[in-house]
Design a protein around this ligand. Structure first.
Ligand code: TXA
Ligand code: MG
Length: 316
């Protein structure tokens, strides 16, 4: 990417504007995290409810000390092991972080994205960047610059870094001494965190009665067309159906359009291609409803099924 484009984007961030930029997970809609007016524009453009806090993106681990409190040994160990990478750590916030970023919570989610354009942008802007996924609230997350343009045509600027590599949003954990809570599953799994922190208890917070992270809303990341999870080997689909399958197999469905997220049921590949597949079905005007094959909910399959179930929830 041309350094001039990054410098231009950084200038927009410094001036209080909004820039969509690639990360390794999905595209983010960024603003200067220390400028409450700029951050307010994110909520406005995304039509995001103000109770849903934003993740702050940093390019240097040192920023943990200025933005958070209680970054203890366990936190540093997670940061050293997984950053830059798709892990967001929720910690008590410092006074520097405006309340609008955290929706009034006294904690803030921080991550260092594993994407050169994102890291250069944060360094050039010379401030932490608050960024949710660059989609309208509740819709599919964008994994390309085109997906951003489709949903947010009025954003000040888009840095086009091609398709993202991971494809689903970061794992989110909160950590307090030796207790770590998984708030949103992602490609970094509970087992990965247990391996990094051998003396720590790691819990899965997925409890429907308790809204800890709005990412845990049952319905989220939905396509604008009905989406159904298929639970049979072969079924007869209604006309104008598209089907998303995760391993090459004989076409046992009568769908009009097939998309394979992976040739071999490889979970990393499925995660990377999941949102692109949903966007492609959403964009095809011949497709009226989408069907998708489930995956077993183990390891990374937990994060993949989390996104699939949330996308399908409102159509059940
Ligand atoms: O991979 C990602 O995390 C992408 C890229 C752009 O970094 N970002 C992303 O942001 O997915 P967003 O806003 O779409 O999802 C962030 C989730 C929200 O569900 C929010 O509720 C949760 O993180 N979150 C943020 N701060 C939190 C906090 N202090 N406590 C609990 N949950 C928090
Ligand atoms: Mg999002």
């Amino acid at each position: 990417m041309n350094e001039y484009l990054i410098a231009k984007a950084a200038q927009i961030i410094r001036n209080g504007g909004l820039v969509a930029f690639p990360t390794e997970t999905v595209y983010g809609l960024g603003a200067n995290a220390l400028n409450p007016i700029a951050v307010a524009k994110i909520f406005e453009l995304k039509e995001r409810p103000s109770f849903d806090p934003l993740i702050v993106h940093i390019a240097s681990v040192d920023d943990l000390n200025t933005l958070t409190k209680n970054a203890d040994r366990n936190v540093i160990r997670l940061a050293e092991k997984f950053w830059p990478g798709p892990l967001t750590i929720v910690l008590p916030k410092s006074k520097l972080v405006p309340d609008i970023v955290t929706s009034g919570l006294d904690t803030v989610g921080i991550r260092m994205p594993d994407n050169e354009i994102a890291l250069k942008l944060i360094r050039a802007a010379n401030c932490p960047i608050a960024a949710p996924s660059a989609n309208k609230f509740g819709n599919l997350s964008p994994v390309s610059a085109e997906h951003v343009k489709k949903q947010l045509p009025n954003v000040d600027y888009i840095l086009d870094g091609g398709n993202t590599s991971v494809g689903i949003e970061s794992t989110i954990v909160s950590i307090e001494r030796n207790v770590c809570t998984l708030l949103r599953p992602g490609v970094i799994t509970i087992a990965d965190i247990e391996n990094a922190l051998p003396n720590t208890f790691v819990f899965n917070a997925e409890k429907p009665h308790k809204l800890i992270a709005p990412g845990l809303l049952k319905s989220h990341y939905s396509p604008v067309k009905p989406l159904y999870i298929i639970d049979k080997q072969a079924i007869y689909l209604p006309e104008s159906s598209g089907i998303i399958i995760h391993g090459k197999k004989d076409q046992i469905f009568n769908a009009q359009k097939y998309i394979y997220t992976s040739q071999s049921f490889n979970h990393l590949e499925i995660a990377a291609n999941l949102f692109s597949a949903l966007h492609a079905m959403e964009d095809d005007e011949n497709i009226k409803q989408i069907f998708i094959e489930p995956v077993p909910e183990v390891g990374l399959g937990l994060a993949i099924m989390d996104r699939i179930k949330k996308a399908a929830y409102k159509y059940q």
